[in-house]
Design a protein around this ligand. Sequence first.
Ligand code: ATP
Ligand code: MG
Length: 255
Amino acid sequence: MPNPAIVAVANQKGGVGKTTTAVNLAAGLARRGRKVLLIDLDPQSNSSISYLDMREVHFSVYDLLTDRSVPLDSVIYPTAYQGLHVLPSRINLAKLESTLIGELDAPFRLKDRIETHKQNYDFILVDTPPALGLITINALVLATHILVPIQSSYFALEGTDDLLETVQKIKARPNPGLQILGVVVTLHDRRTILGKDIYQQIVKVFGNKVFKTVISKSVRLEESPAYREPIFTFAPKSKSAAEYEKLSREVLKRV
Ligand SMILES: Nc1ncnc2c1ncn2[C@@H]1O[C@H](COP(=O)(O)OP(=O)(O)OP(=O)(O)O)[C@@H](O)[C@H]1O
Ligand SMILES: [Mg+2]
């Protein structure tokens, strides 16, 4: 069986649509018959909450990364969606960096723990927090690809230099195979002249890495986390569902 595509959804800027993209891409790929594992590496747990009843989550990714006696099986939970499993986080993940201080293998913990199980999946998606610290580094060491959501705004490209520099560093040593899968423009407002300009600006910097699919700003996407559902069941006929469906197809074509 071929190795799975492991896609880290990352951008250290906050609120750019990382979680929304990870949650809906996971559902979009599972709908297309792929076996998907969604790993939540954000202590805010927004991806986990989208799919799991957190009262039933006993062990989470923090336990996996800090305690070798915690088996991987005990932190992977099935969801209501066929083919989609979630490895959840809890707020305690915020103390990972201080717990692992002085541990030489700290950046490799996630990769080491997932290694034996990754063949069970076609896709592993990793949602990351808005920072370039140890947690995101663990995602980038594990990943085969990085997917960067960029918010369609005047400050869209702010911070992408730092992100690309981190990717270069990871490629130089621990993970030379890491590739940029693509850049997806999110929270886009096509009606404004600024909106059109921003897309062109992003294409100027990232060229054909920019996905053709653009995720528009929509009330449905804004509401869906509150109902703990991916857009495909929350608003199946919406423009947003069609956009994430299209993005899923583009992703499948690229890996
Ligand atoms: N296309 C969209 N249209 C409208 N609202 C959106 C859209 N995408 C995301 N949102 C909303 O914007 C907010 C930020 O999105 P999201 O949580 O996906 O970003 P993030 O990059 O994961 O944030 P963080 O950096 O805090 O983890 C959320 O309230 C989400 O519901
Ligand atoms: Mg998030």
